[in-house]
Write a protein that binds this ligand. Structure first.
Ligand SMILES: Cc1ncc(COP(=O)(O)O)c(C=O)c1O
Length: 370
């Protein structure tokens, strides 16, 4: 039939959207390049793996796998609420914090409203905002790759509905300080939702001026956390948000009813209750990060100090970043180009286990010699 309406089948915002391209998997790299060994240092996962307690918890729930999961993840929600001194109704749990970002985009925007974030931040936010067709103001990061909070606040207009801050930021590993956070919250009107995405919060324990957002009493903040990073459960997809009850209540209306899965809920609870394993995971990162800085200093590599579990290398040109990434990949070191995150001349390396980091160093020396 002829198209009489002049509309196109695919809406423009979806047609023009760049889809999220995930890092290569170990299986893909093994298949294509057949390297002797592989270090997957691309997606900021916990290379130590999850708590050993997770397996038993999953086995237990597996007995009831024919039943739908608890739609509000009551047990996990209660544990998260208790540890963070909030009420259960302040917590929403979903299939990863990316799902919560998607929910935020579905819930909070009317036509013509806009969101503001940094030019170099989590690409998942760019994607979900694009899916919703919301105008996004991307504010350039500072020369030292930090969120420019003043410029973000200056960019607010009467159509602004959301400010998104990843703290620590991915891919830069930098953070906004307590002073910056407090100043920002004084300036941002109450009808704008401030999304504080704390996917890497667990790694910031030693950072004195990192803001503890949950200690403040603002109705227009949502704090996002995840079990995908320090808790080592990326494959099970569990994340959560903490906010005012009114925010959570309305987000529940747009949440897919049965996310996250029953296995995810049980695994996350077991991991959450094993704080010893969490500490071990953080120690692995701290130690390896110190060594990585030393190595980069020895090799004269330009990099950005990080308070998360990844470090960003800065190359003079995009071409050099592409070449380096490709050569490393062929030798089994999977790194992450972060062009989609807004920094085409940078590469992100996840800080992993000693043997993986050694593989990185050896391969680095091999591919950069001469
Ligand atoms: C800042 C940030 N937020 C959210 C996510 C998504 O995490 P999840 O696995 O919980 O969806 C990531 C993952 O890379 C991230 O870096």
């Amino acid at each position: 039939m002829n198209n009489t309406s002049g509309r196109s089948l695919i809406p423009k915002n979806i047609e023009h959207l760049k889809p999220y391209v995930a890092g290569k998997t170990i299986a893909e790299v093994a298949d294509i390049y057949k390297p002797e060994k592989i270090a997957k240092l691309a997606s900021n996962e916990n290379r130590l793996g999850c708590s050993p307690k997770v397996k038993g918890a999953i086995d237990e729930v597996f007995k009831e796998i024919q039943d739908y999961p608890d739609p509000v993840a009551r047990k996990l929600r209660a544990a998260i609420a208790e540890r963070n001194n909030v009420e259960d109704e302040n917590v929403i749990i979903a299939a990863g914090s990316e799902s919560i970002i998607s929910m935020l985009c579905k819930t909070f925007f009317l036509n013509k409203e806009n969101a503001i974030t940094a030019s170099a931040t989590f690409v998942g936010f760019f994607v979900q905002i694009g899916v919703r067709g919301v105008h996004l103001k991307k504010i350039p990061v500072t020369d030292d790759y930090r969120y420019d909070i003043k410029a973000i606040v200056n960019a607010i207009d009467d159509q602004t509905k959301m400010v998104y801050i990843a703290n620590p930021n991915n891919p830069t590993g930098t953070y906004i300080t307590k002073d910056e956070f407090e100043w920002m919250m004084k300036e941002v009107p109450e009808d704008i939702l401030v999304v504080m995405d704390e996917a890497y919060h667990e790694y910031t324990g030693n950072v004195e001026d990192y803001p503890q957002v949950l200690d403040y009493d603002y109705d227009n903040i949502i704090t996002l956390r995840t079990f995908s990073k320090a808790y080592g459960l990326a494959g099970l997809r569990v994340g959560y948000g903490i906010a005012h009850k009114k925010v959570i209540r309305n987000m529940m209306k747009t949440k897919l009813t049965f996310e996250p899965t029953a296995l995810g809920q049980a695994a996350a609870l077991a991991a959450y209750n094993d704080q010893d394993h969490l500490r071990k995971s953080i120690e692995v990162v701290e130690k390896a990060k110190e060594r990585l800085y030393e190595f980069f200093d020895e090799q004269d590599v330009d990099y950005v100090k990080s308070v998360s579990n990844s470090v960003m290398m800065v190359f003079p040109t995009e071409e050099e970043a592409i070449n380096f990434n490709q050569k490393m990949l062929e030798k089994g070191v999977i790194l992450r180009r972060i062009n989609a995150f807004g920094l085409p001349n940078c590469i992100r390396i996840t800080v992993g286990m000693p043997e993986e980091m050694q593989h990185f160093e050896d391969t680095f020396l091999e591919v950069t010699k001469n």
